[in-house]
Ligand binder design. Structure first.
Ligand SMILES: [Mg+2]
Length: 416
């Protein structure tokens, strides 16, 4: 156990709204919301007046009549987010970006060049303010989870260093919603059952939490609350991929077969991405023909995907391309889907498009939001009752005509 708070979590404050205030000085000091019909993000001036993310515009205006709506400058968000990451990279190569505007740094090896972690954190805050023009909060601690909580406590525009000798004292009284992975819904659930603080979550019995959250999630969140987090900072973001494949008896690529098999694979792959809090931009399909020759097709999307139905549609398009390129191959024996170029899903949730077009591939579009919401309710049921509780295809596959009887899943690879 290192005794120093050498992991930093750096997180820009109200990022989208802060960028808007940077780009248009007339917006500074005023309550600003990015969005259209819904508030996608808002400035601290708006938050203080009761406006919050995901709030319908009419309610936000009711609470804050002087609220200024802007549509969002997504290209600028990306450019400025990248510039901040460059600044972080001058202190250590160990930078793990987890979304457009936040990253972990391990500055354990940077002391000789740049001083102790607290000092580096101060320099980062000053330089991001001076060189980019944006407020950034930093948490410094011994683990990633503590550092992430510290940066949230530091907001807005602050620095919190967690003394390794007083970690329990720091965590115990904090609201349970600050635990990484406890969203607003779970947070409200826990609070309603008397688990309001991180200390109370850490002390809750495993059996009780398994009943409330499912065994896997209960164990994970309780461990974080108990201050167990061995994860290292992984530079370069998330490598690897999440994939699944199905081999079957020689079959003609009928629309029924493709819909069923690709639906089943998309369900598995997207479900596992969501369980890990990930989404990915590159979708690859592999098609194996009867002569055991395989072809792959892939596409890199503008936005990361984690919704089952969207992944299935993308995969169907790729398989159609592969088949069109091999018109003489009329028999398949295997299909596989994998997703790579992974990012943390928090980015997807923030990366809300304000396009008028309702494109399901754009996070934040109505269809995309509806699909992800549907997926999440399936995930929740499965978390409590097991995968078999709701089957996309686990049940249907055996019953539908056109799907081989000996359909089976051979292997799942996971590089992530
Ligand atoms: Mg942020």
């Amino acid at each position: 156990m290192t005794a120093r708070p050498s992991i930093l979590h750096a997180d820009l404050d109200a990022f989208y709204a802060s960028v808007e205030q940077l780009l248009d000085p007339a917006l500074r000091g005023r309550p600003v919301a990015v969005g259209g019909g819904v508030v996608l993000a808002c400035s601290y001036e708006a938050k203080r007046r009761g406006v919050s993310g995901a709030m319908p515009a009419w309610r936000a205006r009711e609470r804050c009549p002087e609220l200024v709506f802007v549509r969002g400058s997504f290209g600028e968000y990306r450019r400025l987010g990248d510039r901040v990451m460059e600044i972080l990279g001058t202190y250590t190569p160990a930078v793990q970006r987890i979304s457009i505007d936040e990253a972990f740094l391990d500055v354990g090896g940077s002391e000789r060049l740049h001083g102790p972690p607290e000092h580096i954190a101060l320099q980062i805050r000053r330089r991001v303010r001076e060189e980019v023009g944006l407020p950034i909060s930093v948490g410094a601690a011994r683990t990633k989870h503590l550092a992430k909580i510290a940066s949230q406590v530091a907001k807005p525009d602050g620095l919190v260093v967690v003394d390794p000798a007083r970690e329990r004292e720091f965590l115990d009284p904090l609201p349970v919603r600050l635990v990484w992975g406890v969203g607003p819904v779970t947070g409200a659930d826990l609070e309603a059952r008397g688990i309001r603080t991180i200390g109370e979550l850490a002390r809750a019995s495993p059996e009780r939490l398994a009943g409330l959250l499912g065994a896997e999630r209960g164990t994970r969140l309780r461990a974080l609350a108990a201050n167990e987090d061995p994860r290292p900072v992984r530079p370069g973001g998330r490598a690897g991929s999440v994939g699944a494949q199905s081999a079957f008896r020689r079959s003609a690529p009928t629309p029924d077969l493709l819909a069923e098999v690709l639906g089943h694979l998309a369900d598995r792959v997207a479900g596992r991405l969501r369980a890990k809090g990930l989404a990915g931009r590159t979708v690859t399909v592999r098609v194996r023909f009867a002569d055991l020759r395989s072809v792959t097709r892939s596409i890199t999307l503008a936005d990361p995907v984690a919704a089952t139905l969207t992944l299935r549609e993308v995969a169907e398009g790729l398989v159609a391309e592969a088949l069109a390129d091999h018109p003489r191959e009329r028999t398949l024996t295997l299909l596989a889907i994998s997703v790579s170029a992974l990012t943390a899903e928090t980015e997807v949730q923030l990366e809300l498009a304000v396009d008028a077009a309702d494109d399901p591939r754009r996070p934040g579009s109505r269809t995309a939001a509806a699909r992800l919401a549907a997926d999440r309710s399936v995930d929740r049921v499965r978390e409590r009752f097991g995968r078999g509780a709701i089957g996309f295809a686990t049940v249907a596959l055996g019953e539908r005509a056109g799907v081989p009887d000996d359909f089976r899943e051979l292997a799942e690879r996971d590089g992530g």
